[in-house]
Every structure is written in structure tokens, then in C-alpha cells.
Design a protein around this ligand. Structure first.
Ligand code: FAD
Length: 399
């Protein structure tokens, strides 16, 4: 086959972006608006599904208090540069320009007033402004090196580009399009991948726990959850399968199989001072704890600890022990509820092989990884979308 023959029917672009999610659309629009000829390829039939289902349909699209400390990565400094160059206010400026309403719910979390669909429409119109070309749905069959960049073979044609951007996200919620494509491309080009695992995910507990606390499904309580250096003061929710709620979702990103999660169930008081101060009281301990907790939790917890009795019948040593246990409740979850219930994927393309300024692979000129496929994972509260915007923007500026 002659060179000319092999090239017949190949469309040429400056950049091909694979994955039209949050990061991919931001990247394509940024590069397009800089005059680059960009093709965006998406294999799923619906655009921006993860954005649509996020934040209960209102998309918690950023967080005003976004800082590198809100991200987990083998290299905690990696996210610094991109976040510094495209922060929450840069994203809200786009919403302001288009008159899209939003509000702060709590702790700096910004949500759409109307619907997450506003964010999808905004990104789509940004791509239109940048003259971005689309193939959707479109399956990528192979990616290979070409003399002037990369060749991408798909079920809807062959494309060649100087730059290739992988924006295919993590493994969460496979039924709306998640695939391990990005990790495979990383491996194909010799980049390391930090083993992925579900994060911001409810935790499952074993039969002994469920026997004692399974009936509390739906009950929630303020707590501090701690594990492996992470500590979150938020609500904990009992479920039929174990534990959930913001405190548990947050700490799940720090937890590894077999580890203990320690929970302070009385963060608002000094448990020892409170209980010992009432040492002579005839009040039952479960009734006392019900002043701070939902009644059913107080009952179940005291039954499990065999201390449903008047406080004056408990020795000082026993009361001290109970106070300690209330503030250091130790749980060993049996596992997570997996990628179907997780909000993000921890791990991903190892940042040691990427430039923190451009997201480009240092050993493979022209190859970029952005968004969740990279080993940068945000806390709950809008941080993951902010990383998608910032990393997409960084690559879009570099293409
Ligand atoms: C239920 C839920 C709620 C969430 N809520 C929030 C929230 O409120 N705030 C927040 O900050 N984060 C939230 N997140 C996390 C957030 O959605 C992700 O971190 C973010 O979407 C990541 O952006 P991304 O562009 O990297 O990946 P994605 O948005 O997942 O986009 C990846 C795209 O690539 C496509 N793709 C995959 N494989 C291929 C392939 N082989 N070929 C072509 N295309 C492919 C996918 O179909 C998808 O369109 C939520 C996640 C879930 C699951």
C-alpha cells in the first residue's frame, strides 16, 4: 500500500479529544476558542450524563473554598498549578456571562438554581463557539503513533492529530458510559497507573453490625469520621447495608480494606465530662444519650454495649469506658458498595508521568490526560468538577 493510499479518507485535526464529559468539553472548547481545529469523540449516546445526574440533578459544579488540600493523589501538589490558573470564579464567570442562576448551598458548594442541564448546555455552546467538531456516538477501535502525532481509528472514520487528549473519566457508574479506556491508553504508551478503586462511596458492614444496627436504616447523626489521616465532621447515615451519609462518603476515599474507621459520635460535647458529671443520676444511659442522638440509635448503641441501665448503677470505670467508646466508635467495614454507587474513582494515570502545567505526558509528546482519569480525586462538595474544569482548561491552553 502506498503512503497516499493509506492516508486516503483520514481527517486531520490539531487535536482529538476522547470523552465528551466535563473535562473533555472544557478542553475542546478552550482549544477551539484559541483557533485550534478540534474533534471531540464520545462513545455514549447521551451527552454529559454524569453532569446531568450530579448533585441531585442540580450539579454541584464547584466549591468556592477549593484548595489543593481538598484532593487526594500520590502527588498532592500536582493539582496546584491547574487550579491556580482556573479556579471556581473562572467557572462562575461563564455562568454569569450566560445568565445561568446558581447558589451556595453550604460550605462553599455551588449548585445550579434550575438544573444540571444548564451546565451541559453551557459547555456545548462553549464548544460551538470554538467550532469544535463532533463524532457521537463513536467507538474508538485503535490509537497509534503517526509520523505527525496520533492516528485514531473509529467506527466512524479515521483521524489524525498532532495532539491526543484522553478525557474518558474513571470507572464509576458503568451503565452511563464509564470504561477503563483511559487506563488502557496509558498502559499502551508506557505510563504508570495508580490502581483505581471506588471513592466517595457508601460502605458495607458485616452481619454482626447489621444485626445490631441494620434496623436503623434512615437514621442519621452528626459525627466526626476518621481514618488514615482523613477527618470529616458531617452527618453519618445508617443504611440497610452499612453506613453512608457525607461523613462516610468522605472517609471512604481514605479507607482501605481491613482498616478501622473511628467515629466520634458526640463531636459537640466532651463525652467523659458529660457522663461522669451525671454519675449519681437515676436516668437510664440510653435515655441520656437520646438527648444528643436519635432515640433509636441511643437504644441500639447501648444494647450493643450492654449498658441500657440507670447511670448510677454503672461504675466510674465503666462510665469512662462508655464515654471513650462513644467518642471512638470503631468500625471495620466489610467493603464498599462498588463502582455502581461510587461518585468517583480514586487512583488513575500516575501524575509522575504528566506535566502539572499542561497535563501532557512527559515521555509522549502530544498525549494528554485530563479529569478523573488522572490520579487526582477531590473531596465531596464540587471539587471533582472543579478539577475537571481546571485540568481541561490547562490542556486546552497547551494544545
Ligand atoms: C452520581 C454522581 C454524582 C456526582 N456529583 C458530583 C457533584 O455534584 N460535584 C462534583 O464535583 N462531582 C460530582 N461527581 C463526580 C463528577 O461527575 C466527575 O468527577 C466528573 O464528571 C469527571 O469528569 P470527567 O470529564 O473526567 O469524566 P466524565 O464526566 O465521566 O466523562 C467521561 C466521558 O468519557 C466517555 N467515555 C468513556 N469511555 C469512552 C471511550 N472508550 N470512548 C469514548 N468516550 C468514552 C464517557 O461516556 C463520558 O462521557 C458525581 C459523580 C456521580 C457518579
Amino acid at each position: 500500500m502506498t503512503h497516499d493510499h493509506a492516508d486516503a479518507g483520514v481527517e486531520r485535526y490539531d487535536a482529538v479529544v476522547i470523552g465528551a464529559g466535563a473535562a473533555g468539553m472544557m478542553c475542546a472548547a478552550t482549544a477551539g476558542r484559541r483557533g485550534r481545529r478540534v474533534l471531540l469523540i464520545e462513545h455514549y449516546t447521551k451527552l454529559g450524563e454524569k453532569i446531568r445526574i450530579s448533585g441531585g440533578g442540580r450539579c454541584n459544579f464547584t466549591n468556592l473554598h477549593c484548595r489543593p488540600e481538598h484532593y487526594l493523589s500520590q502527588n498532592p501538589d500536582f493539582c496546584r498549578s491547574a487550579l491556580a490558573r482556573f479556579g471556581p470564579r473562572d467557572f462562575t464567570a461563564l455562568l454569569d456571562r450566560d445568565g445561568i442562576g446558581y447558589h451556595e448551598k453550604t460550605l462553599g458548594q455551588l449548585f445550579c438554581d434550575r438544573s444540571a442541564l444548564d451546565i451541559i448546555a453551557l459547555l456545548k455552546s462553549e464548544c460551538d463557539r470554538g467550532g469544535v467538531h463532533w463524532r457521537m456516538p463513536c467507538q474508538v477501535e485503535a490509537v497509534e503513533r503517526a509520523p505527525a502525532g496520533f492516528r485514531i481509528r473509529t467506527d466512524r472514520g479515521r483521524f489524525e492529530a498532532r495532539s491526543l487528549v484522553i478525557a474518558t473519566g474513571g470507572l464509576t457508574v458503568p451503565k452511563i458510559g464509564a470504561t477503563p479506556f483511559g487506563y488502557r491508553i496509558a498502559a499502551q504508551f508506557g505510563l504508570a497507573v495508580v490502581p483505581p478503586r471506588p471513592a466517595l462511596v457508601p460502605l458495607a458492614c458485616g452481619p454482626e453490625f447489621l444485626e445490631r444496627f441494620g434496623a436503623l436504616a434512615g437514621v442519621s447523626v452528626d459525627c466526626v469520621a476518621m481514618c488514615a489521616g482523613g477527618s470529616f465532621r458531617e452527618a453519618l447515615l445508617f443504611t440497610h447495608r452499612g453506613l453512608s451519609g457525607p461523613a462516610i462518603l468522605q472517609i471512604s476515599s481514605y479507607w482501605q480494606a481491613g482498616e478501622v474507621i473511628e467515629i466520634d459520635l458526640l463531636p459537640q460535647r466532651d463525652a467523659a465530662a458529660w457522663l461522669l458529671g451525671l454519675r449519681g443520676s437515676r436516668q437510664r444511659l440510653d435515655n441520656l444519650l437520646a438527648e444528643a442522638w436519635p432515640k433509636r440509635l441511643a437504644q441500639a448503641w447501648c444494647e450493643a454495649a450492654a449498658c441500657c441501665q440507670p447511670i448510677h448503677t454503672l461504675s466510674e470505670t465503666r462510665l469512662r469506658q462508655v464515654a471513650y467508646d462513644v467518642a471512638h466508635w470503631r468500625i471495620v467495614p466489610s467493603g464498599t458498595l462498588g463502582y455502581n454507587k461510587a461518585e468517583v474513582t480514586l487512583g488513575g494515570v500516575d501524575t509522575r508521568g504528566l506535566s502539572s502545567r499542561t497535563m501532557g505526558a512527559t515521555a509522549v509528546p502530544g498525549l494528554y490526560f485530563i479529569g478523573e482519569v488522572v490520579d487526582v480525586t477531590g473531596h465531596l462538595g464540587g471539587f471533582n468538577f472543579q478539577w475537571a474544569w481546571a485540568s481541561g482548561h490547562a490542556a486546552g491552553e497547551a494544545l
